[in-house]
Design a protein around this ligand. Structure first.
Ligand SMILES: [Zn+2]
Length: 150
């Protein structure tokens, strides 16, 4: 299940990526480009744009709220998505690229000393080279999700 989100939904795109779902963020205005990309890559369109027309073969979810927590709640309710801890943080929040494991020794100069001392598993985005680790993000995300989805 893959998604493409239109430009009003940047924060929701980041959240779907945190949860591990392949979510392109489409920032252009051209509807035809959006439709072609969605068709070619078999992505469901998430949008707040009510003027976006109907197109054969396109799946679309109109997101009704302006608020992130409502948006995420709606997406989790109306799409066949289940947040799964094993999937979380498997994708770069910025690039949507799948993250790859990286040896701890290789990140020594790239993460804060405290993090290096206390964490053992690191992953890296192959595109932007950003490094992620479990640390405190996980707990925070789990807590936010719990608040949103209960
Ligand atoms: Zn990246």
């Amino acid at each position: 299940m893959k998604f493409i989100l239109t430009k009003e939904l940047g924060r929701l795109a980041r959240w779907l990526r945190i949860l591990g779902f392949d979510s392109e963020y489409f920032t252009q205005d051209k509807e035809s480009t959006l439709i072609i990309k969605a068709l070619q890559e078999e992505r469901i369109i998430l949008t707040r744009n009510v003027r976006l027309g109907r197109h054969p073969g396109i799946r679309k979810l109109h997101i009704s709220s302006n608020y992130l927590s409502e948006q995420l709640r709606q997406a989790l309710r109306e799409l066949p998505l289940k947040p799964n801890e094993a999937l979380m943080f498997t994708r770069c929040i910025i690039c949507n690229e799948p993250l790859a494991n990286i040896e701890k020794e290789k990140v020594k100069t790239q993460v804060p000393e405290y993090v290096f001392k206390t964490q053992s598993d690191f992953v890296r985005c192959p595109v932007c080279k950003r490094i992620y680790w479990q640390g405190s993000h996980w707990g925070k995300v789990a807590k936010t999700l719990e608040e949103i989805t209960r």
